[in-house]
Design a protein around this ligand. Structure first.
Ligand code: GH3
Ligand code: MG
Ligand code: MG
Ligand code: MG
Length: 324
């Protein structure tokens, strides 16, 4: 057990506030079975963080489900285990999906690194791992995670039925409005970059007409699931209207948001939607409007308007595209 100090990680705590600023004093889990490598990583990060090391995916999952980690580093070269599978599990389990994951891989392993990024893994390090790069990348993930915590707490909305959409399980409009309001009214958040995506299924009325309203509902649920799989834990995904979904991405600029949107667009188009227990297969495409907060924005309305205009342009230009 390498964890030496019990770190306070709650927002409102002076230590946590300092951590949010510096990205230090975090809880880091290293999943690495090469002893010398694990020791080197722990020594480098141990100067700034509480570090624990485990050697197998099973142990890693147990720890992450039970504990409060800010970052998990996963070796893709575990003996007899699939590190990528662990990354995928960490990204998909409700209990763990908000924890940033960083892969560690050999340079010849580009293909698996790419697959990991596709799975939503946040970052990666190529061996031999440079000490400074290691520290910097971990710090970035810690800051991002702490920022999202403070975001949620300062906005003061809880996950309950009043703020959850019954069909998709996403946040509802009410949550979205409250969250967006917080981003603009909370002094500590006002200067942060924020991006917003509005996603609208193309020709959804004709899907309802051809396959029925229940099949349409199934498409909406799968649409929501695919969007969630392509976004980070800290992004807020909300049902905006009938078949429109909004993604709010904190600490994200316009270019990065455009890339996220393009990735989602591809994922919707790439595989047909199976509905009615696999008896119907429906090709679905989505149009996406993207906007980023601008310094002169006083409230969310302007940003929403720009995203909505971009969506309109995407529809006008022929659908199945991203406009930012
Ligand atoms: P486009 O966006 O490409 O312009 O065409 P569209 O056919 O998707 O047009 P529009 O966005 O105006 O229509 C959305 C349709 O979505 C209208 C409504 O019948 C349907 N819809 C809205 N909410 C639901 C829902 O909860 N379930 C189902 N099945 N359909 C819904
Ligand atoms: Mg619509
Ligand atoms: Mg519309
Ligand atoms: Mg539509």
């Amino acid at each position: 057990e390498l964890r030496s100090r019990a770190m306070a990680s709650r927002v409102g705590d002076p230590l946590a506030a300092a951590t949010a600023e510096t990205g230090h004093n975090a809880n880091v889990l290293i999943v690495e079975d090469r002893r010398s490598s694990a020791e080197r990583l722990a020594a480098a990060l141990g100067q700034y963080h509480c570090v624990e090391t485990v050697a197998t995916p099973q142990e890693a999952l147990e720890r992450v489900k039970a504990g409060d980690y800010d970052v998990v580093l996963v070796s893709l070269d575990l003996d007899g285990h699939d590190g990528l599978r662990l990354c995928s599990q960490l990204r998909s389990l409700d209990r763990t999906r908000t924890v940033p994951v960083v892969m560690m891989a050999d340079p010849h392993d580009r293909a698996r690194i790419m697959r990991g990024l596709d799975l939503g893994v946040h970052d990666y390090l190529v061996r031999p791992i440079d000490r400074n790069e290691l520290v910097a990348r971990v710090r970035t993930q810690v800051k991002r995670r702490r920022f999202s915590h403070s975001l949620r707490e300062s906005v003061q909305v809880s996950m309950d039925l009043a703020v959850t959409d019954g069909l998709t399980g996403l946040h509802n409009r009410r949550y979205l409005d409250s969250y967006l309001g917080g981003l603009f009214s909370e002094p500590s958040l006002r200067d942060r970059p924020v991006a917003l995506l509005i996603l609208d299924i193309d020709r959804f009325k004709s899907i309802n007409d051809r396959f029925g309203h229940d099949a349409g509902d199934e498409v909406l649920r799968e649409f929501a699931t695919r969007i969630r799989a392509q976004t980070r834990g800290i992004d807020v995904v909300a049902r905006f209207g009938g078949e429109e979904i909004v993604v709010v991405a904190p600490d994200t600029g316009l270019d990065a948001a455009r890339q996220v949107a393009e990735r989602i667009r591809e994922r919707i188009e790439a595989a047909a939607f199976q509905v009615q227990r696999g008896t119907s297969t429906i090709d679905v495409t989505v149009s996406i409007g993207v906007a980023a907060r601008q310094p002169e924005d006083d409230d969310p309305a302007q940003m929403l308007k720009r995203a909505d205009l971009a969506l309109y342009q995407a529809k006008q230009a022929g659908r199945n595209r991203v406009v930012a």
